[in-house]
Design a protein around this ligand. Structure first.
Ligand SMILES: [Mg+2]
Length: 399
């Protein structure tokens, strides 16, 4: 495992970067809001990764992106690289099906304590516990008939795949998100902020047993931690109500919270008010109004202040260490580009394949605000950082 270069995701993908809202950075491609009819969708609503509409939109982007530089070349096959067997494996399956393409999918999750192995699943999905398995995977796809040429679309997941490789560097990305939540909560609560209380609440409610309540939505979780941190309700009381089914959804929680913080007063007294609780901090009421308005409007990422802090905390971890820092320190403290993914991508690009990357992150966590951009802040895919990993160049050269 070593440092190879200081580079950006832009080196691999240019601006062919598609975020959760399905609007590419490359302004030559229209986004969902303008092109949903052409994509064959029923509305401009942003579908989530597991929905068939997401695959339909993605197929459209792949074809349009290929047509930008090679208008007479149809896409005939798909290669997909990701890090989660369920989410990415199924995204690959639905994308291949929607495009009518033969395809091959690599799912990497490094476990160096185990012997290297491939697990082959249905539909040409290969799980590998080494990112360096990409070399052998490409060889086997080639042997199985993959052409890997200008008719090949290569879709690479961004988070924990192209950067912050799962099993190697992923905790850095989680740490950036948690710090983003914490900064948001701390700055809105001011003196009332209690770090231990916040971390206990976050770690408790981030557990999958609470997914029915939090919808596994980090914006919702951040908001709940904010309200707990402000002392509107105690964690134990909330946990008891969730477990007893009295509090069953985030929507119920934020409606209750609006009753406490908004003009309606104590109209939905599910919880007793915490003893000693008086007036909530002014910053909390302002944030609540912003989040509640967006929740009512159906925005799945309603906590914009948190996501903007997540962007800042993530960007601060790109290229934060000198290039001669020990590799173990780089992987522990800095978001690194995955060298094996980088080499595979550059090799495929040299053969004429179309490369694009997709991220499930919202814009606010990935792009600076106009004010920050004016100060020189860059979108995540333009930030330089270290590419770290094991070279697979020798394997690729023999293909
Ligand atoms: Mg991922």
């Amino acid at each position: 495992m070593q440092y190879h270069a200081t580079t950006t995701l832009h080196e691999l993908f240019g601006d062919l970067v598609i975020l959760r809202n399905l609007t590419p950075f490359d302004t030559r491609l229209p986004g969902l809001a303008d092109a949903w009819r052409e994509m064959g969708l029923d509305s401009a609503r942003t579908p989530r990764k597991h929905e068939p509409e997401y695959a339909r939109a993605s197929v459209w982007f792949v074809r349009q992106a290929r047509a930008l530089d090679l208008s007479g070349t149809p896409v005939r096959e798909l290669l997909f690289i990701g890090d989660t067997a369920m989410a990415d494996g199924n995204a690959f399956r639905s994308l291949a099906r929607a495009g009518g393409w033969p395809g091959w999918c690599f799912i990497g999750s490094e476990k160096l304590s185990q012997p290297a192995e491939f697990v082959r699943q249905a539909d040409n999905v290969t799980l590998s516990n080494r990112w360096a398995g990409l070399g052998e995977w490409l060889a086997s796809a080639k042997a199985a008939g993959a052409r890997m040429d200008a008719g090949t679309a290569v879709v690479i997941d961004m988070d924990k795949t192209a950067v912050a490789a799962r099993g190697r560097n992923a905790p850095v990305m989680d740490a950036a998100r948690i710090e983003g939540v914490e900064r948001t909560v701390a700055s809105s609560l001011g003196d009332a902020y209690n770090r231990d209380l916040f971390l206990t609440a976050y770690n408790t409610l981030n557990d999958p047993v609470f997914h029915p309540f939090t919808a596994d939505n980090q914006d919702y979780l951040a908001y709940i931690c904010l309200v707990l941190g402000a002392g509107l309700v105690e964690l134990d009381a909330l946990v008891a109500d969730v477990q007893a089914g009295r509090m069953s959804s985030f929507r119920q929680f934020i409606d209750w919270s609006d009753g406490q913080l908004g003009s309606a007063g104590d109209r939905n007294p599910v919880f007793p008010k915490k003893p000693g609780f008086s007036e909530p901090p002014a910053g909390l009421q302002a944030i609540h109004r912003d989040v509640y308005t967006l929740v009512l409007a159906g925005d799945p990422t309603p906590f914009k202040a948190f996501r903007r802090n997540e962007y800042l905390c993530t960007a601060a971890r790109f290229g934060s260490l000198p290039v001669d820092a020990p590799v173990a320190q780089m992987l522990a403290e800095q978001v690194c580009i995955t060298q094996e993914v980088r080499e595979a991508a550059l090799w495929l690009k040299a053969r004429g394949c179309l490369l694009l990357t997709m991220s499930d992150k919202p814009d606010e966590a990935t792009i600076p605000t106009p004010q920050l951009a004016a100060q020189g802040y860059l979108p995540i895919h333009r930030l330089s950082t270290a590419a770290v990993g094991e070279s697979i160049a020798a394997e690729l050269a023999s293909l």
